[in-house]
Write a protein that binds this ligand. Structure first.
Ligand code: AMP
Ligand code: ZN
Length: 117
């Protein structure tokens, strides 16, 4: 059921501490940890502790947790001393989503191109 931990979900396992991650900051509702395959000098994933497949499902069901996610990403960016950074929700496999537990990418520490690839 949406919102409940999923046995086969990588990020639910990280939330539960069943898979190790380099956690940079945790709140009551969210966890931020370093991406295992960083695409920028700072590449942190900020995830809700509750399980939803993507950002739109999360926002529809838990708007306050969605706001927590954005606030938490901003706090991590400040702690990482990033003047500029990019926040990304890949949504759907065609857009590059590979883990179907909503997550916000925080990328920074290098120049960013627009439009993104
Ligand atoms: P996406 O492609 O938007 O679904 O993002 C999933 C991200 O999760 C990718 O950037 C992966 O590098 C990252 N990732 C996968 N497994 C792990 C892991 N065990 N710890 C940290 N990041 C991971
Ligand atoms: Zn999950």
């Amino acid at each position: 059921m949406a919102g409940e931990p999923q046995d086969d979900c990588l990020f639910c396992k990280i939330v539960a501490g069943r898979i190790p991650a380099t956690v940079v900051k945790e709140t009551e509702t969210t966890v931020a940890f370093r991406d295992i395959n960083p695409q920028a000098p700072t590449h942190v994933l900020v995830i809700p502790k509750v399980h939803y497949a993507d950002a739109a499902e999360l926002a529809a069901a838990e708007p306050s947790v969605t706001a927590d996610l954005l606030r938490h990403a901003g706090e991590v960016a400040t702690e990482e001393k990033l003047e500029s950074y990019r926040l990304v929700f890949n949504t759907g496999s065609g857009a590059g989503q590979t883990v179907f537990h909503a997550h916000l990418h925080l990328l920074g520490g290098r120049g960013m191109h627009w439009p993104p690839g």
